[in-house]
Design a binder for this molecule. Structure first.
Ligand SMILES: C[S@@+](CC[C@H](N)C(=O)[O-])C[C@H]1O[C@@H](n2cnc3c(N)ncnc32)[C@H](O)[C@@H]1O
Length: 416
């Protein structure tokens, strides 16, 4: 029995070693069978902390803070993309020449050695480098903007969270001005919130805006849900019926805090036959960067102050209310409630956390919202309380991603 166990364990380890050293040997079924792939990933991630010694755990965890900043450097020096685009391995000197930044070569070699030790790139010979699956995964436009956003915009707040929580005796305030973000960045009075701070930092804002187009975790989108798109179509018919101008003058979709219009464009693509105007709302300086097509209009709105578009078929928030604690969310939602017709739909595209067993994708987002904005990701019970407290009734919650439970919460004005 023991011998059998040893033999099968040894052969399992050998097999995994072979796959790690030569990723081309990974069976294609493992990449194509998503369930099996996720099971293997989950088991490996759970086994690592179980098998480590204290020294190994410290080596892995204590220096973790270096990983993302050095990925940021790799992106800055264009290392990942240069390797991805090259058909043959590149030397340190090649990478220095192609970086556009003339880095010191000894420094670059140290950085590359570190990146290779994390598998962000591969070291095929002394001073000779090639791309890796891991590095390629981070090199896309949205992903590399995400790395830059995390390091340049969020890192100080994350690192400062312990001191902030100590200062507040582990009972953080709900205000938008006194945050770990504000404390860590020692912000001036005019830029106390992250969104105010972005106003004078166009490079940081650009990375944030690009990342917003790629920040969701799965491949499904809410627009793949026919039960929701059919509801919008039906609501559009009802809100425009009997109105002057009819369907031609109606508003089908208002994306509130819609950034530079990723979802407005997706909406138009998914429901091209729906008449009516699509409206993108965000702060003036944000929509100034939105490049929109016909049929989508932009309106500069501070959603804490009001909702100018009345009686639209649908009002949509994606990843917005997670930025605001309950008192602010009540103000924002209250303005929308006042603008809604009886038949208008409120669509909240958000994480809906389970009461227990939350996924890492959910818990890490929740605490990032705390660090940046004194805000949070909410459970189903919390969402229902928040909405019913201001006269909005949840009609349905439709989940469309399972790891991080992304869902559409559909609500209407509560009948009086
Ligand atoms: C986390 S982003 C989500 C963007 C977009 N909905 C998405 O899912 O890609 C939050 C958005 O809220 C906008 N925002 C922040 N404060 C605002 C305010 N007071 N009024 C209007 N928009 C605001 C930001 O500019 C940003 O585009």
């Amino acid at each position: 029995m023991t011998v059998h166990k040893q033999v099968s364990l040894e052969s399992t380890v050998l097999l995994l070693e072979r796959l790690a050293t030569d990723p081309s040997a990974i069976p294609s079924e493992l990449r194509s069978d998503d369930q099996l792939r996720k099971r293997l990933l989950s088991v490996i991630q759970k086994l690592v902390p179980e098998l480590e010694t204290p020294v190994e755990t410290c080596q892995r965890v204590l220096y973790n803070a270096l990983e993302l900043p050095m990925a940021r450097v790799a992106i800055d020096l264009n290392v990942l993309n240069n390797l991805k685009e090259s058909s043959s391995p590149l030397t340190t000197e090649d990478l220095a020449n192609k970086s556009g930044k003339s880095p010191d070569q000894k420094l670059l070699a140290r950085i590359l050695r570190y990146l290779a030790s994390l598998s962000l790139i591969r070291e095929v010979d002394t001073g000779l480098w090639t791309a890796s699956h891991f590095g390629n995964n981070l090199s896309g436009k949205g992903q590399s903007a995400g790395v830059s956003h995390m390091v340049d915009n969020c890192f100080a707040a994350m690192v400062g969270l312990p001191a902030f929580l100590r200062r507040h005796n582990y009972d953080p305030p709900e205000t938008k001005d006194d945050t770990a973000f504000a404390q860590a960045n020692r912000v001036s009075d005019e830029e106390k919130t992250f969104f105010d701070w972005l106003k004078t930092r166009p490079d940081n804002a650009r990375d944030f805006n690009i990342f917003m187009g790629a920040h969701r975790t799965g491949t499904q989108t809410w627009l793949d849900l026919p039960e929701i798109t059919e509801e919008i179509k039906s609501s559009f018919k009802k809100v425009t019926a009997g109105r002057e101008g009819g369907e031609g003058k109606g508003v089908s979709f208002v994306d509130i805090g819609g950034n530079i219009g990723h979802q407005c464009k997706a909406f138009k693509q998914h429901i091209p036959d729906l008449k009516g105007t699509i409206i993108l709302e965000d702060l003036g300086e944000v929509i100034a960067n939105a490049d929109l097509e016909d049929g989508i209009e932009k309106v500069a709105v501070d959603f804490l102050r009001g909702q100018p578009v009345k009686g639209a078929a649908s009002y949509y928030f994606r990843s917005v209310l997670r930025n605001w604690s309950d008192p602010y969310s009540r103000i924002i939602l209250g303005h929308v409630r006042d603008a809604m017709d009886e038949e208008s739909l409120l669509l909240i595209d958000e994480l809906v956390l389970p009461d227990r067993g939350a996924h890492r994708y959910e818990t890490q987002l929740d605490l990032t919202m705390l660090a940046m904005l004194n805000a949070e990701a909410r459970t189903e019970t919390h969402w229902k309380q928040l909405l019913s407290g201001i006269g909005l009734e949840v009609k349905d919650i439709v989940y469309y991603e399972n790891d991080a439970r992304e869902a559409i919460i559909m609500a209407k004005k509560a009948s009086i």
